[in-house]
Every structure is written in structure tokens, then in C-alpha cells.
Design a protein around this ligand. Structure first.
Ligand code: ATP
Ligand code: MG
Length: 669
């Protein structure tokens, strides 16, 4: 298996044509972004349209030190602009009007459509006028609960056009979780669809919205208007039986069909010029570690940062076709399905379904169909697809691919190699992008043409980002070492506050180490200066004084051919302080038995050391995951100690997984 020493060079042709072609060139640009941010970001920002230009004396200001007063970050303060204008009108003026903005690919392979930049602008203006007619004004919140359909993109841009703040909640959250979020952001209008098919599973979105709005009303918050896209009538169902029996309740005076009002609205809508520091959207974090936080992003800095990271990290060239599989309900969907690609006049794919429908090769079918050049997905999807016969990948022509992205969790080297070899034919660059809802865009990532890759390393900071590692006492670690990943200064896309809760913002991110934004993740710097994200600091293991990260042990477990996925947590131990409790999901072909157990223990001993030998290995046919696919280790810690008080599980994808785990705790646990 690859180790810290294994280095994979970017493909020569890719490197030669890339925006950034060598490590030296990257270094020079990065230095400039840190030493002279006004010049670096000023040049980029000048390519956008500003109604009131930004001024260099108020370029950016910030305070990250709670001892010196309130925390704040401001970029381009005093300038005015509109992000919708910049991603649509500006591109159309520059000659991209007839370019495809999105290819829409439905859950069923028979369903697909497309939208050019010009057509997208028309649809956005119409819907913006509808929102205005419903009383939505600048600063008002619009809740969005939508599947991956073009109207979702249209809704976001329509909000941005009139200065309203969108608050998307992933369409998969329960009515309870959704209602909490609607109330928390005090949404005036809600936009949804009647329902959606994901694979063979039907989701009645409007029914969930009804329950959520009822609950909001009982708590004193009334959503004034709910706009519903009639989507089911236009899609092919898995069994080809029409969707006509899915009855939708429409409440008089509150609910209205999209198709009844949007087509008749005017197709011109003058953009609202907003302050660079006016809010653009709010979005709740995934909830992996606790109660979700309502992260708020503003306009100018986010726009510039989303555009710049997209361009350089995916090395997007004008005729490329780009596909990010993330749902629009997550930050990845915001920055790298909507704003980043559109700001670069990119052509993207918007996919409604799952990787597994109608077959387990649907991702590769789509890559082949549209000749995708950049493909961006999550380790959880890669690991799920690795379980199947490799022929599912090999039988497709994936030669268009140039850059493969990964986001959401540390990618274990085993999955990295599979992605690199099988999907990328050893000629694609892999960009392991580390970032958070809070950071707005990538903060650590290799650049595809410039940075030699190490499997599992997020590698290098993006422009404007200055990573620092701190030890427990807050001292900066120079050179090699492992510690808390923090940032002493802001880049344009960093969050500005938590909605209606600036105090929680200051305590969550800035109180532990005054002067730094604290990610909550740990990282290691190797002898080449590469950064390796080791996972959340709360997930560290301390066995008899040996400090280990969960991702380290998990990577070693998944090296075994029989293990598809692993999650490791610490369990209190009377002698060792903590011991390793490992959850493993076996691959399709392998049975969980004594032989496998012995092999796994031996393997961990050999690869890490005898002190790391797992005390418990728990056969877990499925792991508890957030709806964005991340393993929720805080729940696993509860299973390990057999404590059923598992806390907030509103963001859990499948709740029965937890019950299953409690039920099959091994006798040794
Ligand atoms: P919550 O903050 O509510 O617990 P969350 O942190 O999972 O949820 P996100 O903002 O979606 O919500 O995820 C950011 C986190 O995902 C990072 O802090 C990090 O732990 C993890 N992560 C994302 N990308 C990577 C990556 N490439 N390598 C390692 N970890 C990653
Ligand atoms: Mg987080």
C-alpha cells in the first residue's frame, strides 16, 4: 500500500496545459496571496462586475482575537454587487449566452434536459419576480427543500437576484428537523416540489413540508407562502407506472404551484445591488458532531472565493464538462454545483438520482454519456462503489476524465488508489479537498497540474489560506508534527457569523485559541510540508499514552481486502485509559468470522504497532451516517459503551442502523 513516501506525479499533458503547472509556480502565487492580498485578490475581483467598486483602503479587515473585541471579517466592504448578475448577465455579455449551464440527468435514465445561460437567466428573472410578488424583500429568508432539479438552481439565483437569503435544507431531513430550521431562520416563503424518486425510493416532499409548516405554526411561526414545483408528472417512475395517484394537499391562500405562476411572470428583473458584506445564504452544518450550526455567508468574498477555487482546483477550461455529485443541500452543492461553476461560465451536470440506480454503474454511465472532464464526489460514495465488481467501471469509456475530486471525509489510501487506478486510469489528478461549511470553499487541496499527489493527503493550502498547527497549549508547531488545524487570518470565503447567534460563533470557533479560527480538525505536517487531515480532534484516541487518529486506524483496517468500510472509536479502558473499538463492514464476498478477526488484529499490530491492537471488532453491516454520508462517530462511541442516550440524531440518514448496532454488540465488547 502507498505510504507517506508514495508520490504520484500529475500527468504531463495535464500539467503542461494547467493554469498552474508546477510546484514552484504554485508557491509563488501562494506567497503573493499571503504577502500581498490586495494585489492578488484585487486582480481577480476586478474581473467581476461591481456596481460600486471596491476600494483598496477598505479591502479586507478582521479580528480573530476575542481578547481584542468582537470577532469579524469584512472583504470589499462598501462595494456593491450582485452575484446572480455576475454568474448570469456578465457571462451572457461575455458571449456565453448559448452555452449549456446545466445538463439535467434524471433519476430514470430516460429523463434528461438542458438549460443554456440565456434560458437560465430568463427562468431566474421570472421566479425572482414571483418571489417579489409574494412580498419577499432584500434580507428576507427563503427556505428551500428541493430535489436536484433545475428549479432548485433557479430558486437560489432568484433569491440572490433580489437580495433575499436562501436557506436550503437537504430534502431528506425529517419534518421535525426541517421545521426547526425553518423556524430558526424565520423563513417567509418555502420552495419545494411535490416529490422525487431517488432510485426506487419515493420521497413525498410536499407532505413533509406540510408537517413541517404545521409544526412551525404550532410554535408561532407562519410560513406565508409555499411554492411547489410540479415535478412528478414529468418523470419516469422506476416501474413506469405514472405518478398520478400521489395526492398533494394544497392549502388555500398559502400554497401555490410553480407552474401556475412562474410561466406568466415577467422575464426581466433588475438585480438588487447589495453590499459585499450583505448575507447571501445561510446553511446548517452536517451535524456530525452535534446540533447543526446556521452558518452565514456574505456576498462579495464568497463570490470571489467560490469562483477562484473552482477554476484552479478543478483546472476548469472553457469547453470542459464538470460534474459534482453533491446534493444542493450541502455546502459542496452551493459552492461547487451552483456558484463556483456558474461564475466560470462552466457547463455542469445536475443529477437527480443515486449511484446505484438502475445499476451500480450509473455514475460511470453518466461520465461516459456527457464525456465528463472533472468529476467530484465523496469517499463514502467511492467506498460504496468499490464493493462491486470492477468490471462495472471497466466496461465504460472514462477517457474524458482529467481531474477527480474527493470531499467530506479523509479519503483512505485504499479508496484513493481505487479511484486513481480504476476510474482515472492512472492519468487523472486526484484533488483531495479539505474544507467545511464554514470555510465557504476549499482551504487545503492539491492543484491538479502542480502538486505531486500523496494518497490521503489534503496536501497544500489554497491561495490566501495560511494553515497553522497548534499543540494543546496553543503553541505553533513548526515543521513536522501533528496538532490542531487553525487559521490566523481570513480568506475571502470564510463564514461571517452563525445566524442570529454571534456568541455561539465566537465560542465555537475562536475561544479555544484566541487569534485563530479553529476548524475542530486535527492535521499532521510531514517532512515535505504536506498536510494530512487526521479527522476531528474529538475523535482522537489515546491508548496507554499513544495518541492516534481514528482515520489512521481506519485506513489500515480498510487495507484488508475483506473490509469495505471501517470506523474506529475510543472506549474507556481501566488500564490503558482508552482502547480501540472498531466497527467494520465487510465486502460482499467475505464473511465475518474468527479468521478475519485474527487477521485484522494482526494487520493493525504490524502496520501501526502492538499498542494499537483493537480490543473489539464489531461486525457492522451498516454504519450510522449523516445524510451527507459521513460516519457519525459520536453515536458509535455510545454503542461502544452500550449507552442508548445517543443525543441529537436528526441528521442521521437511517435511524434503524443504530438499533441494529446495539443489538449485535459482540460478546467481547
Ligand atoms: P458538524 O459541524 O455539524 O459536526 P460537519 O463538520 O460534518 O458537521 P461539514 O461542514 O459538511 O459538516 O463538514 C466539514 C468537515 O468534514 C470537516 O471539518 C472535516 O472533518 C471533514 N472533511 C471534509 N473534507 C475533508 C477532507 N478532504 N479530508 C478530511 N476531512 C474532511
Ligand atoms: Mg463541522
Amino acid at each position: 500500500m502507498p505510504s507517506e513516501k508514495s508520490v504520484y506525479l500529475p500527468d504531463k499533458a495535464l500539467s503542461k496545459n494547467a493554469y498552474v503547472s508546477s510546484f514552484a509556480e504554485y508557491k509563488e502565487m501562494h506567497n503573493k496571496s499571503i504577502d500581498n492580498p490586495e494585489e492578488f485578490w484585487g486582480d481577480i475581483a476586478s474581473q467581476f462586475y461591481w456596481e460600486t467598486p471596491f476600494k483598496y483602503d477598505k479591502f479586507f479587515r478582521y479580528n480573530f482575537d476575542v481578547r481584542k473585541g468582537p470577532i469579524y471579517t469584512k472583504w470589499f466592504d462598501g462595494a456593491t454587487t450582485n452575484i446572480c448578475y455576475n454568474v448570469l448577465d456578465r457571462n451572457i455579455r461575455n458571449g456565453h449566452g448559448d452555452k449549456i449551464a446545466f445538463y439535467w440527468e434524471g433519476n430514470h435514465p430516460d429523463d434528461y434536459s438542458r438549460l443554456t445561460y440565456k434560458n437560465l437567466l430568463v427562468e431566474v428573472c421570472k421566479f425572482a419576480n414571483v418571489l417579489k410578488s409574494k412580498g419577499v424583500k432584500k434580507g428576507d429568508r427563503v427556505a428551500v427543500y428541493m430535489p436536484m432539479i433545475l428549479e432548485a438552481v433557479i430558486t437560489l439565483l432568484a433569491c440572490a437576484r433580489i437580495g433575499a437569503v436562501h436557506s436550503i435544507v437537504f430534502a431528506g431531513f425529517s419534518a421535525d428537523s426541517f421545521s426547526e430550521r425553518i423556524s430558526d431562520c424565520e423563513a417567509k416563503v418555502l420552495v419545494t416540489a411535490d416529490g422525487v424518486w431517488r432510485g426506487e425510493k419515493f420521497l413525498g416532499l410536499k407532505t413533509i413540508c406540510d408537517q413541517a409548516m404545521d409544526k412551525c405554526a404550532r410554535n408561532g411561526h407562519n410560513v406565508e407562502c409555499c411554492i411547489v414545483v410540479s415535478h412528478l408528472c414529468r418523470v419516469t417512475t422506476p416501474n413506469r407506472i405514472p405518478n398520478q395517484n400521489k395526492k398533494i394537499n394544497m392549502k388555500e391562500g398559502r400554497d401555490i404551484w410553480w407552474q401556475d405562476i412562474v410561466p406568466n411572470a415577467s422575464s426581466s428583473c433588475y438585480p438588487e445591488w447589495v453590499q459585499a458584506e450583505d448575507p447571501l445564504f445561510m446553511l446548517y452544518t452536517s451535524g456530525s458532531t452535534g446540533k447543526p450550526k446556521g452558518v452565514l455567508h456574505t456576498t462579495g468574498g464568497y463570490m470571489v472565493y467560490a469562483a477562484t477555487t473552482f477554476k484552479y482546483v478543478f483546472d476548469y477550461k472553457p469547453n470542459d464538462v464538470y460534474w459534482c455529485t453533491a446534493d444542493i443541500g450541502w455546502i459542496t452543492g452551493h459552492t461547487y454545483v451552483v456558484y463556483g461553476p456558474l461564475a466560470n461560465a462552466a457547463t455542469s451536470i445536475l443529477y437527480e438520482g443515486t449511484p446505484f440506480y438502475p445499476d451500480n454503474d450509473r455514475f460511470w454511465v453518466i461520465v461516459e454519456k456527457y464525456k465528463v472532464n472533472q468529476f467530484y464526489t465523496a469517499p463514502t460514495a467511492i467506498r460504496a462503489l468499490m464493493k462491486f465488481d470492477s468490471d462495472l467501471v471497466k466496461r465504460h469509456n472514462l477517457s474524458s476524465l482529467k481531474v477527480l475530486g474527493s470531499v467530506g471525509e479523509p479519503i483512505n489510501p485504499e479508496a484513493w488508489m481505487w479511484y486513481y487506478k480504476l476510474v482515472g486510469s492512472e492519468k487523472c489528478s486526484i484533488v483531495d479537498t479539505f474544507w467545511q461549511t464554514e470555510t465557504g470553499g476549499h482551504v487545503l487541496t492539491p492543484l491538479p497540474g502542480a502538486i505531486p499527489m500523496k494518497p490521503g493527503a489534503a496536501s497544500t493550502p489554497f491561495f490566501g489560506v495560511q494553515p497553522v498547527l497548534l499543540d494543546e497549549s496553543g503553541k505553533e508547531i513548526e515543521g513536522e508534527g501533528e496538532g490542531y488545524l487553525v487559521f490566523p487570518r481570513p480568506w475571502p470565503g470564510i463564514m461571517r457569523t452563525l445566524f442570529n447567534n454571534h456568541e455561539r460563533y465566537e465560542t465555537t470557533y475562536f475561544s479555544k485559541f484566541p487569534g485563530y479560527y479553529c476548524t475542530g480538525d486535527g492535521a499532521r505536517r510531514d517532512s515535505d510540508g504536506y498536510l494530512w487531515v487526521t479527522g476531528r480532534v474529538d475523535d482522537m484516541l489515546n491508548v496507554s499514552g499513544h495518541l492516534m487518529s481514528t482515520s489512521e486506524v481506519e485506513s489500515v483496517l480498510t487495507e484488508h481486502y475483506g473490509i469495505a468500510e471501517a470506523a474506529v472509536v475510543a472506549k474507556p479502558h481501566p488500564i490503558k485509559g482508552e482502547c480501540l473499538y472498531c466497527f467494520v463492514t465487510t465486502t460482499e464476498a467475505v464473511v465475518f468470522d474468527g479468521k478475519l478477526l485474527a487477521e485484522l488484529k494482526q494487520h493493525v499490530r504490524e502496520r501501526i504497532g502492538p499498542f494499537a491492537q483493537p480490543d473489539v471488532i464489531h461486525n457492522a453491516p451498516a454504519l450510522p451516517k449523516t445524510r451527507s454520508g459521513k460516519i457519525m462517530r459520536r453515536i458509535l462511541r455510545k454503542v461502544a459503551i452500550n449507552d442508548r442516550d445517543v443525543g441529537d440524531i436528526s441528521t442521521l440518514a437511517e435511524t434503524n442502523v443504530v438499533e441494529q448496532l446495539f443489538a449485535n454488540r459482540p460478546a467481547t465488547a
